[in-house]
Design a protein around this ligand. Structure first.
Ligand SMILES: *Cc1c(COP(=O)(O)O)cnc(C)c1O
Length: 452
């Protein structure tokens, strides 16, 4: 059955009314209709967090088919940092759409791809000579970074960390730490992938960065050996694993060990990149210069694009034809990326990420002081989370976390959970959100905590 009435709002972007507005229960009747179709048409393994039927989004809101306007504190998982349907992105993609949509860059090149590579080479940490290659998804870029590191070093082993998330393709599933839902039953996984312990200040008994790095390096030396190790890959702040910020000094010590041992250091900045943490890249907060940087999510305002950027001698080691793909660096996605990067620059969104972070940390710390179930508040810039625990034992409280998220969803706030133990609520608002909406959204989360 199709409902006759068409929704009132179809145009998105920042001109949407910036308010939380509920006119039906969540999900409303039109959303329920879509969800019923989804259940019949879409594989159940493709889940969803918030059961609405989206018709428009922009600024800091998402509007559904029933006319509800929800506060967006997730940015489609850190993708729409510049907001949905950001004006420069819409304009650039529309213009590109009218010129050409595809040639395959490896058949016939075009300027947009080269311009994105130039921008990435300029913006990523380090003054060394760099090269970039473009792909479609974060996982695809991670796979390519590993491929390139292996080709360059002529070694095979790769080390990833506890709580890591690097994607859902075969190699990246193997790199990812969490079993359910990412790995269970999907093996066999790629060989030559090893895991090292992370620095997790809230849960590792207060190891210093240097101590945690020493522990990780010892595991790597004992169980793998530098002579076999092509690359270490790490998220400078872990995303899906629980917004874990390693203790100061951890990342620099790992980088230093890599340099001394001819191991390629790969920073997976897919979630942390592009203004999100109050810097272009989270590596900057620790002053580290990765050999390779993997980017995706925030790069192109919602269009699918990803990249590997790094030292020219490493990037150039693969033979021509060894890297690429039919769609990698699609012209529409490249136009979107250039417009997105210009928007971060021109609209001061790196500073805005820091301001948003100050509001988030301030409000969440106030919650923590008042409520011992908020065990930890952490993050950088507009990438902040709270970890919910049983106050008596400190044990992770996933049920409480689900209850708070469900309350927020029912009351018009899009929040995401994460964490190995499912007990972390993460905040990744678009950098175009107003303080008013942000504070309203956080008040709903605070109410949710009270009710739970
Ligand atoms: C999301 C994510 C990926 C995977 O990106 P996809 O585009 O979903 O393939 C890889 N690494 C990190 C850190 C991520 O957050």
């Amino acid at each position: 059955m199709t409902l006759v009435d068409t929704p009132v709002i179809t145009a998105g972007g920042p001109s949407l009314t910036q308010e939380r507005r509920l006119v039906t229960a969540i999900p409303g009747p039109r959303s329920q209709e879509l969800l019923a179709r989804k259940a019949e048409a879409v594989a159940s393994g493709v889940g969803h967090t918030l059961p609405i039927s989206v018709v428009a989004a922009g600024g800091g809101v998402i509007v559904d088919a029933d006319g509800n306007s929800l506060i967006d504190l997730g940015s489609g998982i850190a993708v729409t940092g510049v907001g949905n349907s950001a004006p420069r992105v819409v304009e650039a993609v529309t213009a590109q759409l009218h010129s050409f949509t595809h040639t395959c860059f490896t058949v016939s090149p075009y300027e947009g791809y080269v311009a994105v590579a130039e921008k990435l080479n300029e913006l990523t940490p380090g003054a060394h000579v760099k090269r970039s290659a473009l792909f479609n998804s974060g996982a695809e870029a991670v796979e390519n970074a590993v491929k390139i590191a292996r080709h360059f070093t002529k070694k095979q082993a790769v080390v990833a960390f506890d709580h890591a998330y690097h994607g859902r393709t075969n190699l990246t599933m193997g790199l990812t730490a969490k079993n359910i839902p990412y790995k269970s039953g999907f093996g066999p996984f790629a060989s030559e992938v090893y895991r090292a312990p992370l620095s997790y200040p809230f849960r590792d008994g207060g190891l210093s960065g240097a101590e945690a790095a020493g522990r990780a390096i010892s595991v790597i030396e004992k169980q793998v050996g530098a002579e076999n190790l092509a690359a270490i890959i790490i998220e400078p702040i872990q995303g899906e694993g629980g917004f874990i910020v390693p203790a100061a000094g951890f990342l620099p010590a790992i980088v230093e060990w890599c340099r001394a041992n001819d191991v390629v250091f790969i920073a997976d900045e897919v979630q942390t990149g592009f203004a999100r943490t109050g810097a272009w890249f989270a590596s900057e907060h620790e002053g580290i210069v990765p050999d390779l940087v993997v980017t995706a999510k925030g790069i192109a305002g919602g269009l699918p694009l990803s990249a590997v950027t790094g030292r020219a001698e490493i990037m150039d080691s693969a033979m021509a034809g060894g890297l690429g793909g039919t769609y990698g660096g699609n012209p529409l996605a490249c136009a979107a990326a250039l417009a997105t990067i210009e928007t971060y620059e021109e609209d001061g969104l790196i500073d805005r990420a820091r301001e948003i972070g100050a509001v988030l940390i301030g409000r969440l710390n106030a919650l923590r002081t008042a409520d011992p179930r908020v065990g930890d508040v952490r993050g950088r810039g507009a990438m902040v989370a709270m970890e919910l625990v049983d106050p008596a034992s400190g044990a992770p409280d996933a049920a409480l976390t689900s209850a708070v998220a469900a309350y927020a969803h029912a009351n018009g706030v899009v929040v995401l959970t994460c964490g190995t133990y499912g007990n972390v609520i993460r905040f990744l608002p678009p950098l175009t959100i107003s303080d008013e909406l942000l504070i309203d959204g956080l008040s709903v989360v605070a109410e949710g905590l009270k009710h739970a």
